[in-house]
Design a protein around this ligand. Structure first.
Ligand SMILES: Nc1ncnc2c1ncn2[C@@H]1O[C@H](COP(=O)(O)OP(=O)(O)OP(=O)(O)O)[C@@H](O)[C@H]1O
Ligand SMILES: [Mg+2]
Length: 234
């Protein structure tokens, strides 16, 4: 089966004064559809840089980022923005919910860019809240939710437009163990039962081990790769 993500010799470098910084150095990686991949590595090793390339938030200086066979490195800024709105959901460490909006309204936000009617939006928002187990909290504002619930609302917002790809940057970094485990279980379910491809950056070895495969970044390169644990996508 063709992988959903094929990264071929992707390099990202920045010019700072007269110095060149290379957060990603000719990195290659394939990720299968429905795979849940974790990414660990020291601070500054290029984890967020890699996520941003995969999510189309940034473009590589060289190399290919193929998603569904299409090299998104070749897209213009405007094309990339459109591509991202359709194909990617992003989950952050600190949830980034809008404080004055209800859970429902937060989840609805990505749909306001699309062509859906109010009734269609409602069906999608309620399905996403149901999936994360929070349909009874639709009217709550973020300040009326626990951290774990806020992150589940953020996950509902990330999946509401049904993207193939989910990227998460330390999604459990701010949570207690129990809430973190619930989030990890939810991410596994999204991969295994909803065929989402998930790339998760984490500093927590237990979170990394919850994924199907755990990779390690160091100085912009993958240093080890191994199939961990129980499950691989079928
Ligand atoms: N826009 C930029 N301009 C210059 N340098 C950058 C830029 N973005 C990232 N870098 C550098 O690239 C390197 C990798 O950064 P990145 O954010 O990917 O690290 P990280 O692995 O996510 O670290 P952390 O665990 O602290 O989040 C760092 O040295 C950073 O300073
Ligand atoms: Mg980072």
């Amino acid at each position: 089966m063709e992988p959903l993500i094929q990264i071929n010799a992707a390099t990202k470098s920045f010019q700072k004064n007269k110095e060149t910084i290379t957060p990603l150095d000719s990195l290659s990686l394939d990720v299968a559809k429905g795979e849940f991949l974790s990414l660990m590595g020291p601070s500054g090793s290029g984890k967020t840089t890699l996520l941003n390339l995969i999510a189309g938030i940034d473009s590589p200086s060289a190399g290919e980022i193929r998603i569904h066979g299409r090299d998104i490195a070749k897209l213009s800024r405007a094309q990339l923005t459109r591509w991202r709105a359709e194909h990617v959901g992003y989950i952050f460490q600190l949830y980034h919910l809008v404080p004055i909006l209800s859970a429902y309204e937060n989840v609805e936000l990505p749909l306001l860019l699309g062509k859906w009617t109010k009734a269609e939006r409602k069906a999608k928002v309620m399905a996403a809240l149901e999936l994360v187990g929070l349909s009874d909290r639709a009217d709550h504002r973020p300040s009326e939710l626990s951290g774990g619930q806020e992150q589940r609302v953020a996950i509902a917002r990330a999946i509401v437009h049904d993207p193939a790809l989910l990227v998460a940057d330390e999604p459990t970094g701010d949570l207690d163990r129990e809430s973190a485990d619930a989030i990890l279980k939810l991410l596994s379910t999204l991969a295994e039962e909803h065929n989402k491809t998930i790339i998760m950056v984490t500093h927590d070895p237990k979170a990394a081990a919850a994924a199907h495969r755990a990779l390690q970044l160091e100085k912009g390169q993958l240093v080890t790769s191994g199939h961990l644990l129980n499950h691989m996508p079928t």
